[in-house]
Ligand binder design. Sequence first.
Ligand code: GDP
Ligand code: IMO
Ligand code: MG
Length: 427
Amino acid sequence: MPVVAIIGAQWGDEGKGKVVDLLAQQAKMVVRFSGGDNAGHSVANPYGEFKLHLVPSGIFSPRVVCIIGNGVVINPVVLIDEIEQLNKRGVDTSRLFISDRAHLIMPYHILLDGLEEEARGGKALGTTRKGVGPAFTDKAARLGIRTGDLLDKEALLERLRFILDYKNVILTKIYGVSPLSLDEVYAQYCQYAGYLAPYIRETTTMIDEALNQGKLILLEGAQGALLDPDFGTYPYTTSSSPLAGGGCLGAGLSPTKIDRILGVFKAYCTRVGGGPMPTELKDETGDLIRERAHEYGTTTGRPRRCGWFDAVAARFSTRINGFTGAVVTRLDILDIMPRLKICVGYELDGKSIDYFPGSVAALARCQPVYEELPGWQVPTSDIRDYDQLPLQARQYISRLEELISCPVSLICVGPEREQAIKRTPIL
Ligand code: GDP
Ligand code: IMO
Ligand code: MG
């Protein structure tokens, strides 16, 4: 059985949680490998409706081992709350493990995320303010504290003292806010340590064992390719790599071990936060999609910017990830549209281009070139068989497939686990 990476192919919120929950029924292990609680993965299944920020979306399948990998940054408050909420609702979390190498989000990361955004003024990035960017900054600066550090209280105190001294200088001298108390932060994190210790493990060996047994392992991506710090709309990006390549680093897995890479695309585009989005619709069609689809952030509640499917961006995403298959979610949202548009190229400074520019300034000047297709205007939510989809819906899927040069293996027509149309084998 293979290792399958499930990757956000646009600007996040494509429906990765739903797809992982669905496929996890056949898996042995699900590993989250990037981001932090900036992610919000919605799952609707027989247990109810859930919004997961850190716990992998495979947790609802009774035999699946769920791992929060080394590439994730963890806010212990959020994780503990999530575990408790799941337990209260009858979901067993005894199969959850946390990499001892995963970094912790500390109170100063959350403070600094907000302060840095305020300081950017009109150039704010629109971060989720969860402290994720500052935590990854500290990881690279070798100023991080990891979950494994929670297991040695004396060493934790020493490390926290050293780092907090430094952070307090920044908080007081640069931002003019009150310093954080070493005693308070230490006491808080010792409490979290008590709760989380049983979950903390060396997880690469667990993954290796599952691999050796030939079990199906899913890598659960967070965010989306166009938010990647290298290939996304920098600086309007997140701070860890949501790409398939990030899956290797964030789980501790060789690139040679990934067999399939599934790109999850919405049938249209959304984006939350700042940065260019060539197909954004600032009109009643955009509002219609937002309201019909309830496009409001799972993590922050902010309205998502909505627009037509951008095949230029999608092709780029497919190339840098190497998708072997695609999932199209939220097809049902388009059921009411008399006509649909797909962006097939950009016009940049009077010239036609077919690539996704690296410069955010250039991308902001790109005008979408659209192709129009007829809508189907019949409900699709109850359809489970590809051949039963209206002709125009099949034509829409075929055109997306052609444009992104990647077979569409799965189509989702509603938030519930079973609201999916399996077209070609995924696993
Ligand atoms: P994620 O971050 O990629 O897991 O996506 P989010 O959970 O943030 O946002 C996706 C939203 O779409 C959630 O509200 C899902 O319940 C919902 N969803 C997923 N697939 C479908 C679908 O095919 N149709 C509809 N109507 N909603 C869907
Ligand atoms: P999931 O996993 C959508 C966006 C933020 C902001 C930018 C930087 O649910 O798809 P950050 O807090 O990461 O420093 O914010 O990235 N962003 C997401 N947008 N879905 C997400 O996760 C996101 N995680 C971060 O809105 O624009
Ligand atoms: Mg989300």
